[in-house]
Design a protein around this ligand. Structure first.
Ligand SMILES: [Zn+2]
Length: 382
């Protein structure tokens, strides 16, 4: 399970360049391998997500609307974040299209720039992907137009959502996306619209549901429209999604329990999982219910008080190993992700990222930590 060192790709990006023809097929001038081809070849894919919180950390995005307006003014900041994740080991350069759909742009009175912000995002991702030999993924995120099943909308939002997704998928395809990720989907109904739109574009669909603290009577987590997550995943596979799974909301330890339920009903090679890099627990199973005993005292810590909840890289390594044991072939990290978490996951997957040359003498970062701790214990006489 060893991915190719990408430095060669980096230096000879031209050789890996392939333009897609109008049907989405590869032109023969060069080689660009798609998602399905890589999965069929037995590769495991690491997908770094979590751009939103990365830009909250650097101050470009504030909580609330979560619309990445800054990309219109500072595209190089986005490009740099792609480099951070890809150099650390991500096999995917995911276009930052989270909350760039028309409904979200309307909220900032930016609907006139909806196409521009999406095209910029995918163009940059495509360029970085070509340069680094990674996959370029376009993105769809929830419109929030589908409501909870106990407070249904006055009118069925399906057609409106379909139009919103269709334009985003069209722009992504025209700018050269290899596949589309529909992420952080709260309801099965919206996820189904996303999968249908993506598949009718001819691109592969990866769809991930997000878990809120909403459970069926038997304790299994459910979508906003009341469908058990494993059952929802089954339905999305039947619709033709290449990969289905969960992202965001839950930290590694809680998400693995959901993954264990999904792989009972969906073949593990079709399942993906991308937890947040924050530590959820059985008492606080999603980040929306975080309460910090420190500050603000027992008040909601989401979204402005998340810093004390970061996981360690060792928790990411444990999650990675468990996913591989279960047979997953596509994993990653969502909100809270950093280059260091991505690198920890990549190394646990046996990948060699371009940053691997920046090692201590120890063979892996984990070994370096163990080596360091041994010396600490020796110093304190334990
Ligand atoms: Zn997230």
């Amino acid at each position: 399970m060893r991915a190719p060192v990408r430095e060669e790709n980096w230096r000879s990006a031209e050789l890996n360049l392939v333009k897609m023809d109008s049907e989405g097929g590869e032109k023969k001038k060069g080689r660009r391998r798609g998602l399905k081809e890589r999965l069929d070849a037995g590769e495991t894919i690491l997908c770094a997500e979590g751009y939103l919180l990365a830009f909250v950390r650097s101050g470009y995005v504030l909580q609330g609307l979560w619309v990445p307006e800054f990309v219109l003014d500072y595209p190089d900041v986005l490009r740099q974040q792609h480099y951070e994740f890809v150099r650390a080991g991500s096999d995917v350069t995911e276009a930052y299209q989270y909350h760039t759909n028309r409904t979200m742009m309307e909220r900032i009175s930016g609907q006139d720039r909806t196409e521009e912000i999406n095209r910029i995002a995918i163009k940059i991702a495509r360029e970085v992907a070509d340069e680094t030999g990674t996959l370029c993924a376009g993105g769809l995120s929830s419109t929030n137009l589908f409501k909870f099943s106990d407070s249904p909308s006055d009118e069925d939002p399906t057609e409106k959502v379909k139009k919103i997704f269709e334009e985003q998928v069209r722009w992504s395809k025209e700018e050269g996306a290899d596949y589309i990720i529909a992420e952080t989907m709260w309801s099965l109904a919206e996820a189904k619209v996303a999968v249908e739109v993506i598949i009718s574009s001819g691109l592969p669909a990866v769809v991930t549901l997000s878990v809120r603290n909403l459970r069926k009577k038997d304790g299994v987590y459910a979508t906003h429209d009341g469908v058990a997550i494993p059952e929802a995943c089954c339905q999305l596979v039947e619709l033709g999604a290449t990969l289905v799974g969960v992202n965001c909301s839950q930290g590694p330890a809680n998400m693995i329990e959901v993954v264990e339920q999904i792989v009972k009903v969906v073949p593990p090679e079709k399942v993906c999982a991308l937890p947040i890099a924050y530590r959820t627990t059985s008492e606080q199973p999603t980040w929306q219910v975080f309460a910090d005993k420190g500050y603000p005292k027992n008040n909601p810590a989401y979204p402005n008080g998340l810093e004390p909840f970061y996981v360690t890289r060792m928790e990411i390594v444990e999650f990675t190993k468990r996913c591989l044991e279960l047979g997953l072939r596509y994993i990653g990290i969502c909100c809270g992700n950093t280059g260091s978490y991505t690198r920890a996951m990549a190394e646990a997957m046996g990948k060699e990222s371009v940053l691997c040359k920046y090692h201590t003498r120890a063979a892996t970062a984990q070994a370096a930590v163990e080596d360091f701790m041994e010396k600490v214990h020796a110093t304190v006489g334990e």
